[in-house]
Design a binder for this molecule. Structure first.
Ligand code: ADP
Ligand code: ADP
Length: 233
């Protein structure tokens, strides 16, 4: 299987005064083409930091992240921006919705501003499956946390990214909706051969992944197959 993202010897240390926080302390990780991986671990273990590094949103203290034969930290700002725009969809924990834009604009404007085109049918399908089709003309502050979270997911997927990186994409959803959203992500993962990496605290959600990567104190503790439902079917 081909490797989409390769982290080697990845470290991220934060220093304030005398204190050094080893957010990542030597991560070696291969993410394979088309896989759906879950990152789990206690709060503060380094999950968000790892996800940010994989997407080139932050630079490591040591080590490398490669996408194909390119090393992210050696790309200039423009090449990195192109990589993120063309290849990656992010779902951030804080959603990062633009408050002055309505839901429809939040979903499509990032693509249009990048000179991309919108696949109308696909976008309609996404917003229907995420059950936000009635909310398109509303603004983020008119939505519940769970609705905002689904808008953030729709926005990340609208450009059909080859890689989706999601930080707690169901953190604000009830259990039923969480399962529906992850089932939808899995369907998208299989249909478009997308590579997905998501952080989750929810064991039931993690079990839906192909692989569960457990982080502890900035290191990979275990990396084991999940038990995807369709493998039992
Ligand atoms: P997780 O996502 O698993 O909760 P994080 O990656 O957010 O963990 O954080 C890992 C560790 O690094 C924590 O101790 C956190 O406080 C610290 N940390 C994360 N980001 C920063 C930052 N920008 N500045 C200083 N410390 C940080
Ligand atoms: P998580 O819930 O995944 O642990 P956090 O709430 O820890 O995420 O982190 C949210 C954001 O705050 C991240 O961008 C992270 O880099 C930053 N952050 C986390 N811990 C610290 C810290 N101790 N000092 C400064 N920034 C931090």
């Amino acid at each position: 299987r081909s490797i989409v993202l390769k982290a080697q010897g990845l470290k991220k240390y934060y220093t304030s005064g005398e204190n050094v926080t080893k957010a990542l302390d030597g991560i070696d990780l291969d993410i394979y083409y088309g896989e759906f991986a879950a990152i789990v671990g206690t709060s503060g273990s380094g999950k968000s930091t790892l996800l940010h590094m994989l997407g080139g949103l932050d630079t490591p203290t040591a080590g490398t992240v490669r996408v194909g034969d390119k090393e992210l930290s050696r790309m200039d700002d423009e090449a990195l921006a192109v990589f993120r725009r063309r290849s990656i969809g992010f779902v951030f924990q804080q959603y990062n919705l633009v408050q002055t834009l309505n839901v429809r604009e939040n979903i499509v404007l990032p693509i249009l501003l990048d000179g991309g085109t919108i696949d109308e049918d696909y976008c309609r399908e996404i917003v229907t499956l995420l059950k936000i089709e009635e909310k398109l003309e509303q603004f983020p502050n008119q939505l519940s946390g769970g609705q905002q979270q689904r808008v953030a997911i729709a926005r990340a997927l609208a450009g059909k990214p080859s890689i989706l990186l999601a930080d707690e994409p169901t953190g604000n959803l009830d259990s039923r909706t969480s399962q529906d959203v992850i089932a939808f992500l899995k369907a998208s993962n299989q249909r478009f051969q997308q590579t997905m990496v998501m952080i989750t605290h929810n064991p039931e959600i993690a079990q839906m992944a192909d692989r569960i990567i457990r982080i502890e104190d900035g290191r990979i503790k275990t990396s084991v197959p999940g038990y995807a439902e369709d493998e039992h079917a």
